[in-house]
Design a protein around this ligand. Structure first.
Ligand code: SF4
Ligand code: SF4
Length: 380
């Protein structure tokens, strides 16, 4: 019976893939499978599983994180994804927003505009095994965090030794070719001893072109900023999730509102002084915080952010349990009509700051699409 169900699912999926027509510019190629590797506890990935479901469960990425990094980079699945870009079928990417007219910081560019010669040649020569490691690397295996947000975990997580595979990734994949290193995704780059140590001690003269993206809750950043290789950091993305003390302190437990305000002003000041290209603040929209959305735009303007990103909550990890109650974007949610009305507020059309609404933009009547101005590094 199980096999039958699996076969049925496979058939459904291949029918779907057959009828799927990727919406890409002529000669457009997605560079992600040729340049990017995301390391998580479970798997190596190129993109998030929501965009690119791989493996039997859809969330297995290009390889299990139990194998060495270069082996994963050229795994059978990684090579299949690359060949689907080369043949233009994009058959593993059917839910990618970049292929459905939703601007998302697309990595799709016309082949003749690909500046990276190695990638351009690989695509032209239909080469799917790559001897050059990824140029964009995102480390997301260490869950250590100073907070325990209820949407993320039920207890404080500390991993004193980090995620061991990531040490091997740092030792074998980072080098002269590296363009960008992103930290972190499942924890905080300043709470993690491993990430902090990397930011403090890695010899960046070995990677002269490497820039750093920091995804953080922000609270520890002011304390460590002067001790890390901060001249490499050009993008800081802070998950805040609220614009008021009560909601912040509920959603970012045990963070305190005055502390996050102090940290946000510190980062805004870095940007004003030209030390930072992009300062983005994020809010994962859910039932508990949607009323804070207009105030979040004001907060961004006040603290000196230049990008605000709103993302609807997705059923992931420990969030799954109360997803139906949290998912305010769903039409059947009792507060959805009020939520959609709030989104018509002209504050979401402010020109003074880039407001990225992703799929929520479709709920704003007459809104222009998001501008595709999020650089590729923001995807990680
Ligand atoms: S098309 Fe989308 S899902 Fe596919 S590799 Fe590119 S960014 Fe990832
Ligand atoms: S700050 Fe981020 S990583 Fe830390 S507990 Fe909250 S959601 Fe999870």
């Amino acid at each position: 019976m199980r096999t039958n169900n699996r076969e049925k699912a496979k058939r459904r999926s291949s029918n779907w893939a057959r009828s799927f027509t990727p919406n890409i510019p002529e000669d457009g190629v997605c560079l992600a499978p040729f340049t990017r590797l995301i390391v998580t506890r479970q798997a190596y990935r190129i993109c998030c599983p929501g965009w690119q479901p791989l493996g039997r469960s859809g969330s297995q990425g290009i390889a299990s994180s139990s194998i060495p990094p270069m082996q994963a980079w050229n795994s059978k699945r990684a090579q299949s994804v690359r060949s689907s870009i080369i043949d233009g079928s994009y058959r593993f990417c059917r839910t990618c927003p970049a292929l459905h007219d939703i601007a998302c910081g697309s990595c799709i560019v016309p082949l003749d505009q690909v500046t990276d010669e190695y990638v351009r040649n690989a695509i032209k020569n239909k080469q799917t095994a790559l001897d050059r490691p990824p140029t964009i690397l995102h480390l997301s295996g260490d869950r250590t965090c100073n907070l325990q947000c209820p949407s993320c975990r039920t207890r404080r997580v500390m991993q004193p030794h980090g995620f061991p595979r990531e040490k091997q990734v740092v030792d074998t994949l980072i080098g002269a070719h590296t363009q960008r290193i992103g930290l972190a995704g499942a924890g905080d780059p300043f709470a993690s001893l491993f990430y902090r140590d990397f930011l403090t001690t890695y010899d960046f003269s070995k990677s002269p072109n490497a820039h750093i993206t920091l995804a953080t809750n922000g609270l520890l950043l002011p304390c460590y900023w002067d001790r890390i290789a901060n001249d490499r950091v050009d993008l800081i993305s802070v998950s805040v999730d609220a614009a008021s003390p009560l909601i912040y302190e509920q959603l970012r437990y045990p963070g305190k509102w005055p502390d996050i305000l102090k940290a946000l002003n510190f980062i805004g000041d870095l940007r004003r002084r030209g030390k930072l290209k992009t300062f983005m603040i994020n809010l994962v929209v859910q039932q508990r915080n949607w009323r804070d959305m207009p105030g979040f735009v004001t907060l961004g303007l006040n603290v000196g952010a230049n990008v605000i990103k709103f993302m609807p909550i997705v059923p992931r990890g420990e969030r799954v349990r109360d997803y139906a109650h949290a998912a305010i974007q769903m039409p059947e949610h009792p507060e959805n009509a009020e939520f959609v009305e709030m989104l018509q507020d002209p504050i979401f059309r402010r020109d003074a700051i880039t407001i990225h609404l992703g799929p929520l933009r479709h709920l704003i009547r007459g809104a222009a699409p998001d501008t595709v101005d999020l650089p590729q590094e923001m995807l990680i």
